[in-house]
Design a protein around this ligand. Structure first.
Ligand code: GRF
Length: 204
């Protein structure tokens, strides 16, 4: 696999980032892939600590809230796109990133931008479906199984082509928190597998 620089976008605890850091360190699963940078859209999140501990350049790029939403989204996307060009990023990984970016960056990284979602898309995706809300909705719907999805990011919300899914059972006594923890464990395998699939495609 030829060298591939990835940018990981985060907004929270960074356990999916940590799974990628550990996979890169192991040298086995994603050989040739380098986490070149981490960008968080908010300060003081543990994902930034994880990047620092791994010696990965980390940047806080907060949306400029003095701007109206469309301009705010474009201004943030332009900053991230400039960083990607400067660091020769080949793949962008959303790992819990909560800001929406513009079609411009999505088009420039068409097929080279992936997201991990904590449900079996296309169910339980879309606007407002993030974090614990997802698992609450899965339980409310009486689903017997759940899981996570790694997909290509397109202009929609959680609507791009699916790369892979990993499933977990929904148990009778499940709370949203218990289900979230079971799904998150599988996310850590899925995010690495998703990077591996794209890296393979790009090196073919
Ligand atoms: C994960 O549940 C992911 O599916 C969702 O945001 C969460 C990020 O968790 N998009 P972490 O910050 O990687 O621990």
């Amino acid at each position: 696999m030829k060298n591939l620089n990835i940018l990981v976008l985060v907004s929270g605890g960074g356990t999916n980032l940590q799974a990628l850091i550990d996979a890169e360190k192991s040298g086995a699963q994603i050989a040739g892939v380098k986490i070149a940078a981490v960008v968080s859209d908010r300060p003081d999140v543990y994902a930034l600590e994880r990047a620092g501990a791994a010696g990965i350049p980390a940047f806080v790029e907060t949306p400029n809230r003095s701007l109206p939403k469309p301009e705010r989204r474009k201004e943030l996307s332009d900053r991230i796109l400039a960083l990607c060009r400067q660091m020769q990023i080949g793949l962008i990984v959303y790992a819990g990133f909560l800001s929406i970016l513009t079609d411009e960056i999505i088009n420039e990284y068409c097929g080279r931008m992936i997201n991990i979602h904590p449900a079996l898309l296309p169910k339980f995706g879309g606007h407002g479906m993030y974090g614990i809300n997802v698992h609450r909705a899965v339980l409310a719907a009486g689903e017997k199984e759940s899981g996570c999805t790694v997909h290509i990011v397109d202009a929609g919300t959680d609507t791009g082509p699916i790369l892979l899914q990993r499933k977990v059972p929904v148990l009778v006594a499940d709370t949203p928190e218990l289900l979230a923890g079971r799904v998150l464990e599988q996310e850590h395998f899925a995010i690495v597998e998703g990077v591996k699939i794209i890296a393979q495609r790009l090196s073919d």
